[in-house]
Design a binder for this molecule. Structure first.
Ligand SMILES: C[S@@+](CC[C@H](N)C(=O)[O-])C[C@H]1O[C@@H](n2cnc3c(N)ncnc32)[C@H](O)[C@@H]1O
Length: 267
């Protein structure tokens, strides 16, 4: 997307550090860039507060940032010790609360649902056993409880899935995405585009369902001979799934799992 001479970019993030960094880096663009602190699940409200009723494009880079994931104090890393936090913003549940105060069944459910980890029950049992001695307060203590439950062979992948599951749950990443997408479709001008970068199958599922609903909106029963509900599509797919080129992955290894989709609002 290219900005014309009067175009304005609004940069939204719930992480105050990301907003500060964007503000510093984009300072040369003056008032053509406006940083906004907040949750994109409330996009209509955030834009309304800034007196904006409609936009020509959205660019969404989902999930967690390198800034967050590489700072042990934020609690996202399993390879370095830090407080069991994992909050992207300043409010909401911390990972420590979920790990120490939720039932074994609920923890297993989170690890299964948001980490797609097959050993979720065994891992939840090990967490509950470990916390019976002492509250788990660090990422290292959570990682140790996971290690107790599973063999060393696939430990890195398992740790990645467990940490991902807790992070997605406490930040309500999928719920926020589900709330954002229909609002984005409402806010786009005709011909405006939504470009969205996703990183895993759970995000992918939410986005694909949304695209399907918006491009096949008819709710008539399958056996109806013709459409009587009158619902018409309001979006069309421009790029179904763009993968990074090998050269991009070489230059930026964290691009490996990124997938871009682009959809357009019909005029
Ligand atoms: C993949 S990172 C973006 C990285 C950025 N493109 C860069 O190059 O530095 C995703 C960002 O989305 C933010 N984020 C995640 N969920 C959010 C939400 N519901 N509302 C606002 N920001 C959110 C995270 O705090 C994180 O900074």
């Amino acid at each position: 997307m290219r900005l014309n001479a009067t175009g304005l970019v609004i940069g939204i993030d719930r992480d105050a550090q990301a907003i500060e960094r964007a503000q510093r880096r984009l300072a040369p663009f003056g008032d053509r860039f406006k940083p906004v602190s907040g949750n994109y699940a409330e996009i209509k409200e955030l834009l309304r507060t800034n007196k904006i009723q409609a936009v020509d494009g959205f660019v969404c880079d989902l999930g967690v940032s390198m800034l967050q994931i590489s700072e042990p104090n934020r609690g996202f890393m399993f390879s370095a010790d830090g407080p069991l936090d994992m909050r992207m913003g300043e409010s909401g549940l911390s990972a420590a609360h979920v790990i120490n105060d939720y039932s074994q069944e609920k923890i297993a459910d989170i690890i299964w649902r948001y980490g797609e980890e097959r050993q979720s029950r065994r891992i939840a049992r090990s967490i509950v056993r470990a916390r019976a001695h002492k509250r788990l307060q660090t990422t290292g203590e959570l990682a140790a409880a996971v290690r107790q439950a599973v063999g060393e062979k696939y430990i890195i992948k398992t740790l990645a899935r467990v940490f991902q599951s807790v992070r997605i749950y406490i930040n309500d990443e999928l719920g926020n995405l589900e709330r954002f997408l229909p609002q984005a479709a409402d806010l786009l001008n005709g011909g405006g585009r939504l470009a969205i970068i996703e990183y895993h199958s759970l995000e992918s599922r939410v986005i694909k369902d949304f695209i399907y609903r918006e491009t096949h909106p008819c709710i008539c029963p399958k056996e109806a001979p013709r459409c009587v509900c009158g619902r018409t599509p309001r979006l069309r797919v421009i790029h179904k799934l763009v993968k990074p080129a090998e050269s991009e992955i070489q230059a930026n290894p964290s691009a490996r799992s990124a997938r871009l989709r682009v959809i357009e609002k019909l005029k």
